[in-house]
Design a protein around this ligand. Structure first.
Ligand SMILES: NC(=O)c1ccc[n+]([C@@H]2O[C@H](COP(=O)([O-])OP(=O)(O)OC[C@H]3O[C@@H](n4cnc5c(N)ncnc54)[C@H](O)[C@@H]3O)[C@@H](O)[C@H]2O)c1
Ligand SMILES: O=C[C@H](O)CS(=O)(=O)O
Length: 480
C-alpha cells in the first residue's frame, strides 16, 4: 500500500494531519487475505472535542461565501475524485474487498453526490409569503443547520460519506466524520482530496478510533446540531437516544430487509437478471440488497431453476482478480451470520439449490447460495442476512405477496416484477418501503430520494430533498 499517494495513516483535524493523543493505533486488514494493510489513529473524546471546536470555528467563514463560491470548491473535489478514480478504487477494494469494477463504480457514484449538491446548494430558495396583515411582510430564509456529525458504515466506504458531506458542505455546514474502523482509508483519502481542492481548514474533519467514545462526544456536544448516521438499526436506535438530551436533528439510514416479488405476469428472464443484480451487489452487503424472494406459484419453478443456475456460475475471488463477481465478506463474523441463516433455514425444511457453504477459497469467502422452500418464520426472512444468500418463498395471490412483503419492522427498499399496469400501481402503493424498484433490481442514483420508513430510518439522502436535512427554516415577520 506504500505505493498509494492518497494513503493517509493520520486523522485530519482543523486542516492538519495528526496522530492520536496517546499514540494508539487501530490496524486495518484486507478482508480477502487477512493481511494488515495499515493502521489509523485510535482517537477518543479529547480529539473529537477539538474537531468539533474546529468545525464550529470554521463555519462562519464558509457561510460567508456565496453558494457559487462553495460550489466551485465542491466541483473541484468532484474533478479530483474522478482524476484519482483508479487509485481511490484500489484503496477501497483493498480495505473493503469488493471487486475493482464495483469499487470504480462506487467512486463515480460517490463523486456524483459532490457534483449534484454543488449545484443544489445554489438553489436553496426561501419564500415571500402573502402577509396576514397590511403592516407586516413575511419572508422565509433557509440557513445551514450548524456543525454536522457524520457516522458511516464499511460497505460503501466512499459513497456513504459523500452522500452526507456533499449536502452538508453545500448548505454551509462544517462536518466531523467518523468512518467505520474497517474502512477508514477511503475517508482519509477524501479528506486529502478536499484539502487539495481548497476546502478551508476545519470544514471537513475525519477522526478514527473507538466508536463509543467518539460517538458519545459527537452526540453529546451542544456544538453539534445534527447527526447523520448510516448503519445498522441497532446502532441507529442507540445514537438517536444519545442525541435526545441536546435535541439534535437526525438523519438515519438504517438496516433493510428488502422483499423481491415475482408475479405470474412477470418477464421471468428479466426478473432473474434483476434478482442477480439486487442480491449479489457488493457480495450481498448492501442495505438495499434483496433479502427475501417471493415468487408466485405459476413461475416459481422456472425462476428458482434459472436463479440457481446463474448463481452457481458467479465467480468468487479476490476483488483484484479479473472477472471477480463475488468478493469476501467483511469479516469472519459476517460469514458466521450467513452460515447461521443457512443452517436455520435448512433445519426448518429449506432446500439448497446452489452453494450453501463457505467457499473453498477459505477465509471470509462464501458460495453464492439459493434456497427454496423458505418460510416466513426463518431467520433468513426475519433478519438482514448481509451476504450472498437468496431465500425463496412461494406464494399464491397478490394479497398474500403484499402481506408477506410488509411483514417486517424494516421498510427501506422493495422490488417486484409484473407487467399488468393495474397490478403495478396497486403493489407499488401498498408496499411499506421508502424505495420501490419496479421491473428493475438497481435503484441507486444521486438524483432520487434514498431512505426508508419504519425501522429503516428517518430522512432522505440524494435528490433535491437531500439538502433539506442540513437546513433550518427561519420565518421573518417584518413590521412596516
Ligand atoms: N440505509 C442505508 O442507506 C444504509 C447504507 C449502508 C449500510 N446500511 C446498514 O449498515 C449496516 C452495516 O454497516 P455496519 O456494520 O458498519 O453498521 P454498524 O451500525 O455496526 O456501524 C455503522 C457505523 O457506526 C459506528 N458505530 C458502531 N457502534 C457505535 C456506537 N456505539 N457509537 C457510535 N458509533 C458506532 C461504526 O463504527 C460505523 O462507523 C447494515 O445494517 C446496513 O443495512 C444502511
Ligand atoms: O448499502 C446501502 C447503500 O445505500 C448502497 S446504495 O446507495 O444503494 O448504492
Amino acid at each position: 500500500m506504500s505505493d498509494t499517494p492518497l494513503l493517509r495513516e493520520s486523522c485530519y483535524i482543523d486542516g492538519k494531519w495528526v496522530k492520536a493523543d496517546g499514540g494508539g493505533t487501530i490496524a486495518v486488514t484486507d478482508p480477502a487475505t487477512g493481511a494488515r494493510i495499515g493502521a489509523v489513529p485510535d482517537m477518543g473524546e479529547a480529539e473529537t472535542r477539538r474537531a468539533i471546536e474546529a468545525a464550529h470555528a470554521a463555519m462562519p467563514g464558509w457561510v460567508a461565501l456565496t453558494a457559487k463560491e462553495r460550489a466551485t470548491i465542491l466541483r473541484r473535489l468532484h474533478d479530483l475524485m474522478m482524476t484519482h478514480q483508479e487509485e481511490l478504487a484500489r484503496l477501497l477494494t483493498r480495505e473493503q474487498g469488493k471487486s475493482l469494477a464495483e469499487a470504480r463504480g462506487e467512486i463515480a457514484y460517490a463523486a456524483s453526490f459532490i457534483e449534484w449538491f454543488a449545484e443544489e446548494g445554489r438553489r436553496v430558495y426561501g419564500d415571500v409569503i402573502p402577509s396576514h396583515a397590511a403592516d407586516k411582510r413575511i419572508v422565509v430564509l433557509k440557513q445551514p443547520v450548524g456543525v454536522v456529525a457524520a457516522i458511516t458504515p464499511w460497505n460503501f466506504p466512499s459513497a456513504m460519506i459523500t452522500r452526507k458531506i456533499a449536502p452538508a458542505l453545500a448548505a454551509g455546514c462544517a462536518v466531523v466524520l467518523k468512518p467505520a474502523s474497517e474502512t477508514p482509508f477511503s475517508a482519509l483519502a477524501l479528506a486529502a482530496l478536499a484539502e487539495e481542492a481548497g476546502l478551508p481548514a476545519g470544514l471537513f474533519n475525519v477522526i478514527t478510533g473507538g466508536s463509543r467514545a467518539i460517538g458519545g462526544e459527537l452526540t453529546g456536544s451542544p456544538l453539534v446540531r445534527k447527526l447523520s448516521f448510516t448503519g445498522s438499526t441497532e446502532v441507529g436506535r442507540l445514537l438517536l437516544g444519545q442525541c435526545a438530551p441536546t435535541i439534535k436533528k437526525a438523519s438515519m439510514e438504517l438496516g433493510g430487509n428488502a422483499p423481491f416479488i415475482v408475479f405470474d405476469d412477470a418477464d421471468v428472464d428479466a426478473a432473474v437478471e434483476g434478482a442477480l443484480a439486487s442480491k449479489y451487489r457488493n457480495s450481498g452487503q448492501t442495505c438495499v440488497c434483496t433479502n427475501r424472494f417471493y415468487v408466485q406459484a405459476g413461475v416459481h419453478d422456472a425462476f428458482v431453476a434459472k436463479l440457481a443456475e446463474r448463481s452457481r456460475a458467479l465467480k468468487v475471488g479476490n476483488g483484484f482478480d479479473d472477472g471477480t463477481q463475488i468478493g469476501p465478506l467483511i469479516n469472519p463474523a459476517a460469514v458466521e451470520k450467513v452460515e447461521q441463516h443457512v443452517a436455520d433455514a435448512t433445519a426448518k425444511g429449506a432446500v439448497v439449490l446452489a452453494g450453501g457453504h463457505r467457499h473453498k477459497l477459505g477465509g471470509s469467502f462464501f458460495e453464492p447460495t439459493v434456497l427454496s422452500g423458505v418460510t416466513q418464520d426463518m431467520l433468513i426472512a426475519r433478519e438482514e442476512t448481509f451476504g450472498p444468500v437468496a431465500g425463496v418463498i412461494r406464494f399464491e395471490t397478490e394479497a398474500d405477496a403484499i402481506a408477506l412483503a410488509n411483514d417486517s419492522e424494516f421498510g427501506l427498499a422493495a422490488y417486484f416484477y409484473a407487467r399488468d399496469l393495474g397490478r403495478v400501481w396497486r403493489v407499488a402503493e401498498a408496499l411499506e418501503t421508502g424505495i420501490v424498484g419496479i421491473n428493475t433490481g438497481l435503484i441507486s442514483t444521486e438524483v432520487a430520494p434514498f431512505g426508508g420508513v419504519k425501522q429503516s430510518g428517518i430522512g432522505r439522502e440524494g435528490s433535491r430533498y437531500g439538502i433539506e436535512d442540513y437546513l433550518e427554516t427561519k420565518y421573518l415577520c417584518m413590521g412596516l
